[in-house]
Design a protein around this ligand. Structure first.
Ligand code: SDX
Length: 440
């Protein structure tokens, strides 16, 4: 079902150089309205200017809603806290993809359709052998996910809804398999095939931790925690990696190439790479006595250090996902009998001190989704370099849902921002013999 045309009675007026321009204002279901600037350039000869898109809505969407001031996150209208508590990742994947919670029969059919695609072509394993054993798993994931487009020529035509559907199922199904292979390759162990009698999260853990030499039973505490973490990371409006997917997809690029681009964008420490950076930061801090030193560094304009896992472009209150993860941390440590987990203790003390500090209060810097997730992963023995890979597995559901929505939206066209040019004015070519240093 495609979205209807936007209609409005509201108009904002812009006066510039004696001209007044009417700009339509649209309001959605919730959240800020938008000023439609599509006619701005033709009416005024001016571009809008918004580096980092701090005040720009790039699209309309029915998938996820975030209220950063109230700390609200809804997937298709359902609050993240209720989904994390009562749902599971496959059900949330169905919700994000199709818009409603599935019936029991719909969920069973969806899970079976995912299970049909968990294997990757046997030749994909050859790509791994081209990487050094110490390659970062995100480097591997960017490569092998992009390479999938060379195997599935029957799901590259993005104008064909059937092919879009198969590509979506393939990507969601294969991400854990590729991730498990990346981890096994890094430790020199044989790849483990997916086992479709296992749940999505159990399969991921089995492909990472089982070996041919001994029976492996997935710890139910771990698989439930992983499932909840995948739910929390599944989608988040038009964040950097999702915007990358939409921009790549707007050119007509195939879905595998788009998801590879999203993985690359997610890797950055300011975005999904922050969970890895949080653990490295906690390791560097080492002891509660050194927290004030790092808080001071985070506040020092001349020091590039930032408190990783803190702050957010949209949340100016506690990230609701961080709140759920904080609770999950305590549950896991309790069930694993590691109540006094040093990383958790250090993180809790760091959070307590930061939240009481004037700088963090004034700039509304709170823990975000990345602050606690890594502590849980580390307690399970998942290496730090795999943290963002797990984020990418979860976000593939959101990415592909947003990608499908964009293609079906009649308003969307190829993304092509303009710029404010501040370079050299027109000048003629200078032959070599006439070039002087100072003239350049
Ligand atoms: C994710 O967009 C999403 O939805 C992302 C995400 C998702 O689910 O997709 O939620 C996932 O990426 C979470 C964010 C993970 N990143 C980190 O934890 C890295 C640390 N955080 C910062 O780099 C920063 O807070 C960002 C990148 C998250 C947000 O940056 P903004 O919105 O561009 O804010 P800013 O850099 O303009 O900061 C505003 C002020 C600045 O001070 P002034 O220049 O105004 O004096 O706050 C300061 C910043 O210096 N600041 C921090 C800080 N974050 C912001 N100071 C110290 N430590 C920090 N972490």
């Amino acid at each position: 079902m495609t979205m209807a045309a936007l209609k409005t009675q509201n108009v904002a007026q812009l006066s510039y150089q004696g001209k007044t321009v009417d700009l339509p204002v649209y309001f959605g279901t919730d959240g800020p309205g938008v000023l439609d600037l599509q006619g701005l350039y033709s009416a005024t000869g001016l571009f809008s200017f918004d580096p980092g898109y701090t005040s720009t809505a790039s699209c309309r969407s029915e998938i996820t809603y975030v209220d950063g001031d109230k700390g609200i996150l809804l997937y298709r209208g359902y609050p993240i806290q209720q989904l994390a508590e009562q749902s599971d990742f496959m059900e949330v994947a169905y919700l994000l993809l199709y818009g409603n919670l599935p019936t029991s029969a719909q969920k069973d059919e969806f899970v079976q359709s995912i299970n049909k695609h968990t294997l990757v072509h046997e030749q994909v394993s050859a790509f791994y052998r081209g990487f050094r054993r110490d390659a970062h798993p995100m480097a591997i994931m960017v490569g092998v996910v992009g390479a999938l487009s060379s195997f599935y020529h029957d799901s590259l035509d993005i104008q064909d809804p059937e092919q879009r559907q198969i590509a979506a199922l393939r990507l969601i199904a294969k991400m854990p398999t590729l991730a498990g292979m990346a981890y096994k390759y890094s430790i020199g162990q044989p790849f483990v095939y997916p086992q479709n009698h296992l749940s999505y999260s159990e399969n991921l853990l089995n492909m990472m931790f089982s070996t041919p030499t001994a029976p492996y039973v997935v710890n139910p505490v771990w698989s439930k925690a992983i499932d909840r973490i995948l739910i929390l990371h599944a989608d988040h409006e038009q964040n950097a990696s999702t915007s990358t997917i939409r921009l790549a997809g707007s050119s007509g690029a195939n879905p595998f190439a788009c998801i590879a681009a999203g993985i690359a964008a997610l890797w950055g420490p300011a975005h999904g790479g922050a969970n890895e950076a949080v653990l490295r930061m906690l390791d560097e801090i080492g002891h509660v006595d050194r927290i004030p030193e790092f808080i001071q560094r985070a506040k020092d304009k001349n020091d590039p250090f930032r408190l990783m896992g803190f702050g957010h472009r949209v949340y100016k209150s506690y990230d609701p996902r961080a709140f759920v993860l904080r609770q999950t941390c305590h549950e896991i440590m309790g069930e694993l009998g590691v109540k006094n987990n040093p990383a958790l203790q250090l993180a809790m003390e760091l959070e307590r001190i930061a939240l009481a500090d004037e700088y963090f209060i004034e700039k509304k810097l709170y823990p975000n989704v990345d602050f606690y997730s890594g502590i849980i992963f580390k307690a399970m023995g998942i290496p730090v370099s795999m943290f963002t890979v797990l984020f990418a597995i979860a976000r593939t559901v959101g990415w592909i849902s947003q990608w499908k929505e964009m293609i079906a939206d009649p308003m969307q066209k190829i993304g092509r921002p303009r710029q404010l040019y501040v370079g050299k004015a027109y000048r003629d070519y200078v032959p070599m013999e006439k070039r002087l240093e100072e003239n350049q």
